[in-house]
Design a protein around this ligand. Structure first.
Ligand code: ATP
Ligand code: MG
Length: 499
């Protein structure tokens, strides 16, 4: 099924099968699949008029907007590879990704082009804003009517949490099989609609566009996360599924108060990082259906999912691999036993064929028989449920004992006055490494080091209790809002913090 082959252009196919079904809703505007196809064709002709040709690599730097959806489809009609850039990146980070990806053109919007002027220097050919695109003439060309499953559809950079971001090559086959694996797990209902407030430049958002076209369901798109407005939509039954990260779910639940969601709401697909057990318990008590998941840019969306029916017994687990995917745990000795901790290794048609121009990383991460070494650490239980523990590169080895920062961070975060926490391993003459803890208080709180120290001593083995406590007003984060522990380590090592 997933061997190299040609499949019909999915937007054309969908517009042919169900032309009048809703494809996209953006505030008060609405497009059917036929209208979406026509808009994508018109936009593709404009892009072509401006000199964008089949096979070109095109960087896209856009806010979530209906126009972005149309442009992404237009690029597929043109046979272009889209490099999806995170609008929250700094100019120099964007410049790096543009140069590294060798994108020839850039499609952006006036506001972002003014804000990030510098990046234009790195685009050899066309630089186009959506505002200019409106006024551009159209030029006919031959649409791509078939996608080769092995062709690159998108290039997305990893978040750069553990090192420099790497460009992940995502093929049509990767996206296609990810969407099918997802629907075999979640099922499909006549009234399904997918609320999308996650960025379309991340795999979490882009994958919804592919699902919409493959399943024939609408995307209810938001340009920014607005919990009050989204809750109104979910209470009135405007969408049945929504993709969220932890902070979104937290804010939605707080805003919901005593109200309940519409009975047609059947899934919050939670991904992107670990989920605090306390939040999952609140959702359960309120009957809010949360599907936890584990995935990464390299797996073209989630590869492991936990259904609500399992979540009571398996709280904290990310679930089981989707239908076409496999997961195993590997230690230095080989395949791990159930409950034994090791590196999470995955395989499936949704897994990338590699990083762009990163020979060393490719060598390290991919085995000859198609397994991908994720760099994450976890274990499988006897029933095959995956528990993700932490990043391998953040492991602290102290006096020969392994310490996973996330375990300590969870204890610190259970203090009601703590907003954020990060634990890192710092070199130590006696123990090799010892844990240091950074923490941010919630507004209006004063939490003493002693209090936190005691909390950890009550719940953790002595060697896991942080040796230093560093209070700070914020933690360094990536543009995807993930804490960069490596930056904290560097700061301590350079004597800029905590010594
Ligand atoms: P980089 O690869 O550049 O360091 P990154 O890994 O943060 O960045 P992403 O692809 O955005 O880039 O994130 C995927 C990672 O997020 C996973 O490898 C894992 O570490 C983390 N993650 C995803 N889901 C979960 C989960 N359910 N529990 C714990 N961690 C998760
Ligand atoms: Mg990663």
């Amino acid at each position: 099924m997933f061997s190299e082959q040609k499949i019909p252009n999915w937007l054309f196919k969908r517009a042919f099968l169900t032309p009048d079904r809703n494809a996209l809703m953006f505030y008060n505007e609405k497009w059917t699949f036929n209208q979406l196809k026509e808009e994508a064709e018109r936009t593709a002709k404009k892009l072509h008029y401006r000199g964008i040709l089949k096979g070109d690599r095109v960087a896209v730097l856009l806010n979530n907007h209906a126009k972005m959806v149309i442009i992404l489809h237009a690029l597929q009609l043109l046979g272009c590879e889209a490099v999806l850039l995170n609008i929250r990146l700094q100019e120099q980070e964007l410049a790096f990704q543009i140069k590294d990806s060798e994108a020839r053109h850039l499609i952006s919007e006036n506001e972002l082009l003014i804000e990030k002027k510098e990046i234009q220097l790195h685009i050899p050919n066309v630089i186009l804003s959506i505002e200019q695109l409106e006024e551009t003439a159209e030029k006919d060309f031959e649409y791509v009517t078939e996608f080769h499953t092995d062709d690159i559809c998108t290039i997305m950079y990893t978040s750069g949490t553990t090192g420099f971001p790497k460009g992940v090559l995502q093929t049509y086959g990767n996206h296609w099989s990810s969407a099918i694996g997802n629907v075999l797990n979640l099922g499909l209902q006549e009234n399904d609609a997918w609320l999308t407030a996650v960025p379309l430049f991340h795999i979490s958002g882009f994958s919804i566009l592919v699902r919409s076209v493959l399943y024939g369901i609408p995307v209810v798109l938001y340009d920014k996360f607005d919990e009050a407005r989204i809750n109104e939509d979910l209470i009135s039954g405007k969408a049945t599924i929504m993709s969220v990260v932890t902070t979104m779910l937290q804010r939605l639940v707080n805003n919901l108060g005593d109200r309940s969601y519409h009975p047609s709401l059947r899934c919050f697909l939670l991904g992107g990082g670990p989920a605090p057990v306390s939040l999952l318990e609140i959702c359960k008590s309120k009957g809010i259906p949360v599907f936890q998941s584990y995935g990464m840019t390299e797996t073209s969306s989630q590869i492991v999912t936990l259904s609500p029916e399992d979540s009571l017994e398996k709280i904290g687990s990310a679930g089981k691999p989707l239908f076409f995917s496999q997961v195993k745990i590997v230690t230095e000795e080989g395949l791990a036993e159930p409950q034994e901790i090791g590196e999470i290794v995955v395989k499936g048609p949704n897994v990338t064929k590699g990083y762009y121009k990163r020979e060393e990383a490719n060598e390290k991460s991919f085995s000859k028989d198609g397994w991908f070494y994720t760099g994450d650490v976890g274990y499988l239980d006897e029933e095959g449920f995956l528990f993700v523990i932490d990043r391998r590169s953040d492991l602290i080895i102290s006096g020969g004992e392994n310490i996973y920062p996330a375990e300590i961070e969870n204890v610190i975060l259970s203090h009601p006055g703590i907003l954020e926490a990060a634990v890192v391993g710092i070199s130590d003459e006696k123990w090799g490494q010892v844990p240091y803890a950074f923490f941010v208080e919630k507004n209006g709180w004063h939490v003493s080091e002693l209090e936190l120290q005691k909390l950890c001593e009550e719940q953790l083995a002595k060697y896991k209790v942080p040796k230093r406590w560093i209070k700070t007003s914020e933690l360094p984060k990536t543009a995807s809002n993930k804490v960069m522990r490596r930056r904290l380590r560097e700061l301590v090592e350079k004597n800029e913090w905590g010594n």
